[in-house]
Design a protein around this ligand. Structure first.
Ligand SMILES: *[C@@H]1O[C@H](CO)[C@@H](O)[C@H](O)[C@H]1NC(C)=O
Ligand SMILES: *[C@@H]1O[C@H](CO)[C@@H](O)[C@H](O)[C@H]1NC(C)=O
Ligand SMILES: *[C@@H]1O[C@H](CO)[C@@H](O)[C@H](O)[C@H]1NC(C)=O
Ligand SMILES: *[C@@H]1O[C@H](CO)[C@@H](O)[C@H](O)[C@H]1NC(C)=O
Length: 375
């Protein structure tokens, strides 16, 4: 009886002891994090001071400085980087670069404010590159550098419209001698009421504290870059009543009597999308490397476009064949497409359902285009 009672009391005190241990651990964890951020939270908005301009006034162009290649950082370190499309590339940014002689000094100077680059002109608009070295609060998670592309609203005030632009952000990484690049797959929409777009959580601030990672180098320097590609797909007023077509500018073409098409190529005839005229051009027996084995399929501009086009080409079957073109026209065809769009054997295979009453159904969906001479 007595020993039983004592055992119970022992269990009781072990339980109480463990409970306090648990509470202690939880409290420590709860207090540690906010305390870590306290310094940042207490900082107030600061404005960029004139002398910051000095950081970009280096004699060497920020994106074209010389550097020596050194050993690569192990892959495990790269895996920490986050975002949808991320690569390292050799080629410097093409639109604009900002070099900070000292990331740490700039960061101290700006506190919780932002560094806004001088304006640069692209695609008919003026832009600035905005960097928040301590994050754009409250959008940014604690401990991240934020980066934004900002369109100058003066031309939008005079002529309100939507501007779509594909944006890439870069940071030079000395240890790889390459540019870390973050690219969004879709073009971003800018307009009067939303003049800036970017990444609140671009890279952890800690990357810019550790020279070993290579984002800062030569005594704390860092280089940020941006590419802005303004897509100029549609004339707002011409397409206003076809708003659906802006998002889904689809053209379908039935190529009838497919098995007795003996000419080299056939054209769909001109159709209009986004206020421009286009044609589909098909080689039923292939051209170039596709000759004799593949269907060759191209989107061609009927109004002399030679710039960037992003479009999906499709041949309809039980399972459609779809391929995307993106970029400048193919030099040989002067169009956007593929010598080897799909094997002829697949078309002839009746189980795949491409030929219906000897007709092939071809579609194009034009997603965006621009004239390079506008840039
Ligand atoms: C950064 O700030 C420190 C202290 O103010 C100064 O000594 C140093 O020269 C600065 N570095 C650069 C590159 O401006
Ligand atoms: C861009 O900025 C320059 C200089 O401030 C100005 O002359 C020009 O009109 C601007 N362009 C546009 C499209 O706003
Ligand atoms: C245009 O941009 C400036 C500076 O960013 C801002 O102060 C102004 O309010 C904007 N104007 C409109 C109409 O949004
Ligand atoms: C092509 O197909 C049409 C029906 O779509 C048919 O009337 C016509 O005779 C065919 N032409 C040839 C040359 O077979």
């Amino acid at each position: 009886m007595f020993t039983e009672e004592k055992k119970k009391r022992n269990y009781g005190s072990i339980f109480v002891y463990c409970f306090f241990c648990f509470v202690f651990v939880v409290e420590v964890a709860r207090f540690a994090k906010p305390y870590y951020n306290l310094e940042n939270l207490m900082e107030t908005e600061a404005v960029v001071e004139e002398r910051l301009l000095d950081v970009v006034n280096s004699e060497i162009l920020p994106c074209h400085f010389l550097s020596s290649r050194s050993a690569s950082v192990p892959a495990t370190k790269d895996q920490k980087l986050k975002g949808p499309i991320i690569i390292y590339r050799d080629r410097p940014p093409t639109s604009y670069c900002v070099k900070f002689e000292s990331f740490a000094n700039m960061s101290n100077l700006i506190k919780d404010g932002k560094y806004e680059s001088r304006p640069f002109s692209l695609g008919g608009y003026n832009w600035t590159f905005v960097i928040y070295p301590n994050g754009n609060k409250p959008d940014a998670a604690a401990g991240y550098v934020s980066v934004y592309a900002k369109i100058d609203n003066s031309s939008l005030i005079a002529n309100p419209k939507d501007v779509y632009a594909e944006i890439k952000f870069f940071v030079y990484r000395r240890t790889l001698d390459q540019y870390y690049m973050y690219q969004e797959t879709e073009a971003q929409r800018f307009h009067l009421f939303k003049p800036q777009w970017g990444l609140p959580n671009f890279l952890p601030i800690s990357y810019f504290n550790d020279p070993g990672l290579g984002f800062i180098f030569d005594g704390g320097q860092s280089v940020f870059g941006i590419d802005i590609f303004v897509a100029q797909p549609f004339d707002k007023w011409e397409v206003f009543s076809y708003e659906q077509n802006i998002r889904d500018p689809l053209f379908a073409w039935r190529l009838t009597n497919f098995s007795i098409r003996y000419l080299d190529f056939y054209s769909s005839g001109s159709f209009s999308s986004g206020g421009r005229n286009w044609e589909l051009k098909v080689y039923p027996n292939g051209v170039g490397i596709g000759m004799g084995n593949s269907l060759s399929l191209y989107l061609v501009s009927a109004s002399g476009e030679r710039g960037y086009v992003k479009a999906k080409l499709r041949v309809i079957g039980t399972t459609n064949v779809e391929k995307q073109v993106e970029g400048s026209p193919n030099a040989v065809e002067n169009g956007w497409g593929f010598d080897k769009f799909m094997p002829l054997a697949d078309i002839r295979d009746t189980s795949k359902g491409f030929l219906v009453n000897d007709a092939l159904k071809i579609e194009v969906e034009i997603l965006s285009f621009s004239k390079t001479d506008n840039i």
